[in-house]
Design a protein around this ligand. Structure first.
Ligand code: NDP
Length: 281
C-alpha cells in the first residue's frame, strides 16, 4: 500500500502509473475532486491517508504545503518521500522536522514532465537513507528509475535543480537565438536544424571542462576568455541592434567581463568557473 498526497498533474500521473502497475494506492488532496477517477482509495482525511501506508509520497507545490498538510498530524514511523520542488535548505530542515517526529524524510525530484511519469524515460533523483530508498525501490521505481545520489536529504533536490539549471537556460537560449534570426526575417523553422545540431554538440565540451574544474587549471590555447567574451559582447550587440531582449546574453557577457577582471583573459573559457562558483567573485 502506498499513500500519495498532492494530486496536481504530477501526483495524478504518479497514482495512475502506480495503479497501472497493480499497486494499492490511497490518496488525499486538498481539493477533493482531483482525487476522483484515478482508481485509488480516497481517504477523507489526512490522518486516514497516513494510516493507510508506511510509504507516503508527497507531490506538492513546495515544502510549505507539506507543513500545511502534515503539521497537525501524527507522522511517527512514516517514510515520507517528498518529491515537491523547493530549496535544498528547506529539504534539510524538513528532514530534521520529520526526524523530531519519529518519521524519515526522503528528498527527491522527478526529472520528467507528468506525461512521461511511469515510462522508461522517467527518472527520479533521491537522497537520504539509502537502505530505505532501496527497500522501497520496487514501488518508487514504477514512477521512474531510482537515481540515488547520497545521504544528504537535499542532494536529490539539488541534482534536480542542477539539471533544470541547464535545461531552463538552454531552452531560454534557444528561444533567444530563434528571436535573433527571426528579427532578420528568417523563419524559425529554417534555423531549427542548426539549433538541434548545436544542442547535440554541447556535451562534447563537458569532459574537458570537468578536467579543468577538477585540476583548477584552465589552459586556454584555442578558446580563451577574451575571444569568447568578445563573442558574448557581439551577441549583446546583435540583440540590441535587432530589438531582441538582451538580458540572457548580457548575463553571460558579464561573467566573461568578471573573468577577465580576475586575470583569466588568456585562460580557457572554462575559467569562468572561478567566477561562477562563488557569488563573492
Ligand atoms: P501543482 O502545483 O499543480 O500541484 C500541487 C499540489 O499541491 C496540488 O495537489 C495542490 O492541492 C497541492 N497544494 C499546494 N499548496 C498546498 C497547500 N498549501 N496545502 C495543501 N495542498 C497544497 O504541481 P504539479 O502536480 O505540477 O507538481 C508537483 C511537484 O512536482 C512540484 O513541486 C513540481 O515542481 C514538481 N514537478 C512537476 C512536473 C510537472 O510536469 N508537472 C515535472 C517535474 C517536477 P490543490 O489541488 O488543492 O490545489
Amino acid at each position: 500500500m502506498i499513500t500519495v498526497i498532492g494530486l496536481g498533474p504530477m501526483g495524478q500521473a504518479m497514482v495512475r502509473s502506480l495503479r497501472k502497475a497493480g499497486q494499492e494506492v490511497t490518496v488525499w488532496n486538498r481539493t477533493a475532486s482531483r482525487a476522483e477517477g484515478l482508481g485509488a482509495t480516497i481517504a477523507p482525511t489526512v490522518a486516514e491517508a497516513l494510516a493507510a501506508s508506511e510509504l507516503v509520497i508527497l507531490s506538492l507545490t513546495d515544502y510549505k504545503a507539506m507543513y500545511d498538510i502534515l503539521g497537525g498530524e501524527t507522522i511517527g514511523g512514516k517514510v515520507i518521500v517528498n518529491l515537491s520542488s523547493d530549496t535544498p535548505d528547506k529539504t534539510r530542515a524538513a528532514a530534521r522536522w520529520a526526524e523530531e517526529r519519529g518519521a524519515t524524510l526522503i528528498g527527491g525530484g522527478v526529472m520528467v514532465p507528468a506525461e512521461l511519469v511511469g515510462t522508461d524515460k522517467a527518472y527520479v533523483f533521491y537522497s537520504g537513507p539509502e537502505d530505505l530508498i532501496r527497500q522501497y525501490e520496487p514501488q518508487l521505481g514504477i514512477i521512474g528509475a531510482v537515481r540515488y545520489v547520497g545521504t544528504d536529504p537535499a542532494l536529490g533536490q539539488l541534482f534536480y535543480q542542477a539539471q533544470l539549471d541547464i535545461f531552463l537556460t538552454a531552452l531560454a537560449s534557444y528561444l533567444h537565438a530563434t528571436a535573433l534570426v527571426e528579427a532578420a526575417g528568417v523563419p524559425a523553422a529554417e534555423y531549427l536544424p542548426y539549433a538541434v545540431e548545436n544542442f547535440d554538440m554541447v556535451s562534447y565540451y563537458l569532459p574537458e571542462a570537468l578536467k579543468h574544474i577538477e585540476e583548477g587549471k584552465y589552459p586556454g590555447d584555442a578558446a580563451n576568455v577574451i575571444m569568447m567574451g568578445a563573442t558574448a559582447d557581439h551577441i549583446v550587440g546583435a540583440s540590441n541592434e535587432s530589438g531582441v531582449d538582451s538580458a540572457l546574453p548580457y548575463a553571460v557577457k558579464s561573467m566573461y567581463d568578471r573573468a577577465i577582471a580576475k586575470g583569466h583573459g588568456r585562460d580557457n573559457w572554462t575559467s569562468l568557473y572561478e567566477v561562477v562558483k562563488s557569488a563573492a567573485a
